[in-house]
Write a protein that binds this ligand. Structure first.
Ligand code: AMP
Length: 171
């Protein structure tokens, strides 16, 4: 099944010059959705994964299904101000300015192995921030389960200190 072909390219979204990889066309088909989650899960089967951490917001869709498939719990890493209880925050640089991710302080604990899930890695800033958050909370980053790697950008290198598996890679 060619999952890469099912991802729609949307030029100039959300701003001119960005080629947006739209995964809605992939996930709307039941067989493709199942295969996507299966391929995200496959490298991690048999490893101890206690919790999947999904990055807002497409990491919630994939990460929830992945957690269920691996028999793990699920926790969200969210944009600032969205989580209701006490949070921990990591800020990261964007092209212009900064952004941040937050997790609940009690989302993961020491000794737990956490698999971080998102739809796509571009510069790697978001994924790295999620890993740093998990480590700040005392848990161990088992690795990354990511649907798309844009190989022409530095993301994979930026998170290379942790194991990572990508389902689809674009040159
Ligand atoms: P980055 O921090 O630069 O690796 O950006 C990764 C985050 O931004 C992920 O949560 C993606 O969903 C989103 N993102 C960045 N670039 C794209 C793109 N070209 N197409 C779709 N999503 C993107």
């Amino acid at each position: 099944m060619d999952l890469a072909r099912a991802i729609r390219d949307v030029p100039d979204f959300p701003k001119p010059g960005i080629l947006f990889k739209d995964i809605t066309t992939l996930l709307q088909d039941p067989a493709q959705f199942r295969e996507t989650v299966e391929r995200l899960a496959a490298p991690w089967r048999g490893q101890k994964i206690d919790v999947v951490c999904g990055i807002e917001s497409r990491g919630f869709i994939l990460g929830g299904a992945l957690a269920e498939r691996l028999g793990a719990g699920f926790v969200p890493a969210r944009k600032p101000g969205k989580l209701p209880a006490k949070t921990c925050r990591v800020e990261y640089a964007l092209e212009y300015g900064t952004d941040a991710l937050e997790m609940h302080e009690d989302a993961v604990k020491k000794g737990q192995r956490v698999l971080i899930c998102d739809d796509l890695v571009a510069t790697g800033g978001t994924a790295k921030a999620a890993a740093e958050l998990v480590e700040q909370l005392g848990a161990t980053v088992a690795g990354f389960a990511i649907l798309v790697n844009l190989k022409f950008l530095p993301g994979a290198k930026v998170i290379s200190r942790w194991p990572a598996h990508y389902v689809v890679e674009f040159d």
